[in-house]
Design a protein around this ligand. Structure first.
Ligand code: HEC
Length: 104
């Protein structure tokens, strides 16, 4: 019984997150930048600035044209060198993707 409620709540949360990730809805690029400065810029050039730490990951200006779903998938998939970020919410990820795409 309780499990069902939790599952339903999760499903609803995922639906909201997917809606937030939709490119049709404006996500918060300012919040995305703040998150990027906290979590991502050790390895990625997150704007138009010079390379950081020898650009361990691709410069975001070069991946800005990628589809939002592809960026989100990359963010949700463990990579060779890129860690996962379990503390990021789906909304955080949507904001990060929106910020990356705003660099195009
Ligand atoms: C420890 C270094 C490191 C950190 C921190 C890091 N990344 Fe990465 N990232 C990489 C590397 C290396 C790659 C490319 C190789 C790979 O896929 O593993 C990559 C690839 C990516 C890609 C895929 C690019 C493409 O080709 O489409 C995205 C999107 C991305 N990172 C976003 C982020 C975001 C958002 C954060 C912060 C939450 C972040 N990264 C933090 C190292 C890092």
């Amino acid at each position: 019984m309780q499990g069902t409620i939790i599952t339903r709540t999760r499903t609803a949360a995922v639906a909201v997150a997917l809606a937030l990730a939709s490119p049709a809805l404006a996500a918060d690029t300012e919040a995305g930048l703040a998150l990027a400065e906290q979590w991502c810029n050790a390895c990625h050039s997150i704007g138009n600035e010079e390379a950081r730490m020898e650009d361990a990951g691709p410069r975001w200006t070069e991946i800005a044209s990628h589809h939002g779903d592809a960026l989100l998938a990359a963010l949700n998939t463990p990579h060779d060198f890129m860690p996962n970020f379990p503390s990021l919410t789906e909304e955080d990820k949507a904001n990060l993707v929106a910020y990356i795409q705003s660099l195009e």
